[in-house]
Design a protein around this ligand. Sequence first.
Ligand SMILES: [Zn+2]
Length: 105
Amino acid sequence: MTVGVVVIVLFLAFAVVAFVHDYRAGIPQAKAAAKSAQTARIECPHCGVAGRVATKPVKVKRGISGGKATGALLTGGVSMLATGLSRKEGATAMACGNCGMHWTV
Ligand SMILES: [Zn+2]
């Protein structure tokens, strides 16, 4: 086996781990409860009515370039690589019950 093959195998292994991690993290739990507590204070930027805005935490997945993953491998940053591959941006989907406007923050 060449070094290149080893790198590819490792990359695939981490990709699988990241996929499983993403799948689990996609289920909102404690964070969702914390978000819902803020709902009453949210004011709709469109109609200005507060307390009618429903929120839902969402995850926006961001891809990672192969070059970045390879760089992490070369530097031995295993945990960094796992984190990088599973990196998601937390966002909140908002929906106003008064005017029906939808937006994401
Ligand atoms: Zn509104």
